[in-house]
Design a protein around this ligand. Structure first.
Ligand code: ARG
Ligand code: ZN
Length: 874
């Protein structure tokens, strides 16, 4: 079935309230749902009520307390239809269903993970709990009563405020919750289990005290401190920056170990993948801490952007996701180095969203059609969606942006809204027409902007010509011209910046507004030949095509007032060289030296005036997958690997003295996850990798591994050993030591699996096959599957794309197998092959065979079926 944006229609009946009662049992949970409804004005008197349902056992259904005559209702695979309902008076429908949480392997609806009952309802999981209008525009007030055996579920949690609890006989108890804020079903949550509890409080800006509770597995309480701290900082930040206050007496968060995604913003009861809650220095890396901070903030910020204002339909998913990612980015930028944070965002966007936009799975930020909504929780909806909000801020300026946000909160509080509603607030607050800009929501693909400059020495004039284009994407052959805001700077020979305003188009506050196909901006009275720094800070998510000399890039890298632009220039220089060398390697030609690049990178490494985290980012060469994306077609991953290794080795040799010093400069003293220390560790780890390359010896990394007293340093060293010195005694000894030290610690062991899965080279698929068979490998745990299969297929270009096709076959076989239990996870893992058409012909053929083998494997889930179909469409 295909769903279309243009077919939106409100429901025939309006839900007033819903009361749910759960009697929890591992295999026979009883759910009673009482819903008060009335017929919407203008709806025909004979229109039937159609509720959604999925894999439910219906026990009975009543109207105002009386069993409904079987001739008046029908149940099928996906719905419950009831006829003969009152014409205008409100009525009550009671639905009784039975569920089996223990056998719910899809992890949607009500399931059990490590003995804990929990729910995941977004996008369409509530229909796996009871028959209901499972769509985001049906808002209702929920009352929930949960009954369970005390020794089966000590805590009984749901959304909203706590009403009360009590005991029954035979060791059973109950708890009741009331959520006063009308919400859609996807925000419903229930948790029941014996958990450890960490408590704190937060006092809001109006002086209300909120109880904060984080529930984790027993024994892990000590790892919840950072999450609690991040939560309190998020609550404060949203008050200060967006004027948003929390609106219940209590905020609860539960960490579970089997979860399909990162986390879920259920009203007042967030449920998290424990990977994004639990942290201590021994088991979590700096990256884990940063992710925890960002995701805690993200889910908390959804309380306003998502919950108080939700989406009219799932086409509007970016309304809450893009905006909330934008908000969590702004939060992290404020908590850490803004430039370093932005660099990480740019890397992530280019690594995940650009390939999506360039391949068969491309779709607009707001899709207009879908078959399976779970397949649209994508980098495009989330990350590009955030970039679009960021561009609105760039175009409007900080003040009007805030005014627009205030208006949005004021006008749409309690609504199920659309992108049009959202944009109208900014248009109104700023007096700007955003019609052309709105194309960012409807046109898929990454625009290209070609840039050329012209300096006239005699006239002291400088011209910048910009030309935009947007390639066709699936379903969109013709594209309209976009409004592209390109931040820029003109850097003069002495390193200062030219401040004159250009003619030729709108260009206020250092931003060219490219709105036509081609525009020339002319500057006059420029004292000397300037160097153009374009798309500063990555103001627009576009590809820039520009001939810029290495000297000009170096000038930007040295003088740009914006740190992100300095990194962009360095990265561009590295990328160009790597692309050129990779192409030579593919053609079997001799590889040129990288002297200049090596010098500038070693100088950057040694430059003590620069932040360590920035230096680490500068030294991290574009990944093999980045180079592949840049090359675009006829990709040979082995050639890219060879070329990149050669460049790495040249840099390493040139800078050995610098790197060996920096490798020992990790912070001493007790571990702190704060950004400065993390930056030092990042630089030390990068330096250790370079020094090990130059020395071609595992000794230094093994010593670092043995001496490490935190997970960041430990995994840095382990990765160097396993990736650079595979099969060495040192690598095998480190792997064994890691494994025995963290036996039984699933999150730490995930790192052990991931590092091995990403070891370069065609031999890795055999290693992955062996690891799949190890006794502690749990195929049902999504984190474990992502750590091994996901890291291998999405994070190991030479291993996964091995020339014999073994990697593709491995993934195809696992996807077919996982699909039987957990379609969402299977579909997600399969997207690793989205760029299969960009490889050289031999690999393309093998990739196609693997994809076809999935298509022909028998009954596929809608999730995997949809991805396969789009990936194989011509
Ligand atoms: N709304 C969640 C978040 O971004 C993601 C949940 C997605 N779940 C899913 N089953 N598709 O915070
Ligand atoms: Zn979200």
């Amino acid at each position: 079935q295909v769903y279309k944006l243009k077919d939106y229609k409100p429901t025939d009946f309006v839900v007033e309230r819903i009361d749910l009662t759960f009697e929890l049992d591992p295999s026979e949970t009883k759910v009673v749902s009482r819903v008060i409804l009335h017929r919407r004005e203008g709806v025909a008197a004979d229109a039937a009520l159609v509720f959604d349902g999925d894999e439910l056992t219906l026990d009975s259904v009543q109207l105002d307390g009386n069993d409904i005559d079987p001739s008046l209702f029908d149940v099928d695979e996906e719905s419950l239809t009831i006829r003969g309902l009152p014409e205008s008076a409100p009525f009550e429908i009671t639905v009784n269903t039975t569920l089996s949480p223990d056998t719910n392997t899809k992890l949607m609806g009500l399931y059990r993970t490590n003995g804990v009952y929990c729910t995941q309802c977004e996008a369409e999981g509530f229909r796996r709990i009871t028959y209901f209008y499972d769509r985001p525009d049906v808002l209702a007030v929920y009352t929930v009563t949960i009954i369970a055996a005390k020794d089966d579920a000590k805590y009984l949690l749901s959304n909203g405020n706590f009403l009360g609890s009590g005991n029954y006989d035979e060791g059973r108890h109950f708890a009741a919750w009331f959520d006063p804020h009308p919400k859609p079903s996807y925000l419903f949550a229930l948790v029941g289990g014996d958990l450890g509890l960490v408590e704190d409080t937060f006092t809001t800006m109006s002086g209300k005290e909120v109880a904060l509770k984080i529930y984790v597995e027993h024994g892990k309480e000590g790892r919840a401190g950072y999450a609690m701290d991040a939560l309190k900082r998020s609550m404060k930040w949203d008050e200060e920056v967006f004027g948003r206050e929390y609106d219940l007496d209590i905020f609860q968060l539960v960490a579970v170990s089997d979860f399909n995604m990162g986390a879920m913003e259920n009203k007042g009861l967030n449920v998290f993948n424990d990977k994004y809650v639990l942290a201590d220095p021994e088991t979590a890396t700096d990256a884990d801490y940063a992710n925890i901070e960002a995701i805690i903030a993200h889910e908390y910020f959804h309380n306003w952007t998502g919950n108080r204002i939700t989406c009219r339909d799932w086409f509007q998913l970016c309304l809450k996701e893009g905006l909330t990612v934008y908000r969590d980015h702004a939060f992290s930028a404020d908590q850490r180095s803004a430039a370093v944070k932005r660099i990480a965002e740019i890397r992530l966007l280019k690594a995940h969203q650009f390939p999506e936009d360039a391949g068969p799975l491309a779709h607009p930020v707001r899709p207009e059609t879908y078959k399976e909504i779970n397949n649209f929780y994508t980098a495009t909806v989330y990350e590009k969606g955030s970039e679009v909000v960021r561009m609105i801020r760039t175009i409007l300026g900080a003040d009007d942006f805030r005014k627009g946000m205030d208006l949005y909160f004021e006008r749409h509080d309690g609504d199920a809204s659309t992108i049009e509603d959202f944009l109208a607030c900014f248009a109104e607050a700023s007096g700007r027409d955003l019609k052309q800009f709105a194309l960012w929501y409807s046109q898929a693909g990454t625009p290209s902007v070609s840039v050329s400059t012209d300096w006239n020495e005699a006239a002291k004039s400088f011209k910048v010509t910009l030309e935009q284009s947007l390639a066709p994407t699936p379903g969109q052959s013709r594209k309209a011209l976009m409004h592209i805001p390109l931040a820029y700077g003109l850097i003069l020979p002495d390193g200062s910046e030219f401040n004159g305003q250009p003619q030729g188009g709108e260009a206020g506050n250092g931003v060219f507004h490219l709105t036509k196909r081609k525009q020339t901006f002319s500057f006059t009275d420029v004292p000397g030949r300037p160097v153009l720094s374009i798309n500063r800070g990555f103001s627009a998510p576009v590809n820039i095509a520009m001939e810029q000399s290495a000297d000009d890039l170096a000038h930007i890298a040295r003088h740009d007032s914006d740190g992100v632009s300095r990194w962009q220039a360095l990265n561009e220089q590295a990328m160009r060289h790597l692309v050129a060398v990779s192409k030579l390697a593919r053609d079997g030609r001799k590889l040129p030296a990288a002297k200049e690049l090596a010098k500038i990178l070693v100088d950057t490494a040694a430059d003590e005036s620069l932040e360590p985290a920035f230096r680490a980012q500068a030294l991290a060469l574009p990944a093999e997958s980045d180079i592949a994306r840049e090359i675009g077609s006829n990709i040979d991953p082995d050639a890219i690997h060879t070329a990149r290794e050669a460049v790495l080795s040249e840099i390493a040799t040139a800078g050995l003295a610098v790197f060996s010093k920096l490798a020992d400069r990790a912070p001493t003293g007790p571990y702190s996850p704060a950004a400065e220390d993390a930056g030092l560790r990042a630089l030390a780890g990068t330096a250790l990798a370079y020094a090990s390359i130059a020395e071609a010896e595992p000794v230094r990394a093994k010593a670092a591994f043995d001496a490490s007293n935190n997970m960041t340093a430990m995994t840095q060293a382990l990765q160097i050993l396993v990736h650079q010195f595979p099969g060495s005694d040192e690598a095998e000894a480190a792997l064994a030591a890691f494994k025995s030290r963290f036996a039984g610690d699933a999150l730490a062991l995930d790192k052990w699996y991931a590092i091995q899965a990403m070891a370069p080279g065609a031999g890795t698929s055999a290693r992955v096959e062996a690891l799949l068979e190890s006794p502690d490998f749990d195929r049902k745990n999504p984190n474990r599957m992502r750590a091994l299969i996901g890291s291998f297929s999405a994070g190991n270009p030479t291993g996964f794309n091995a020339p014999d096709g073994a990697g593709y076959r491995l993934l195809a076989r696992e996807v077919i197998d996982i699909d039987k239990r957990n379609p969402q996870l299977a579909a997600r893992l399969l997207t690793a092959m989205r760029s299969w058409r960009s490889f050289e012909p031999r690999r393309q053929k093998l990739a196609r065979q693997a994809l076809v083998s999935i298509r022909e494997a028998g009954k596929l889930s809608p999730d995997v079926g949809d991805i396969i179909e789009r990936m194989l469409a011509d």
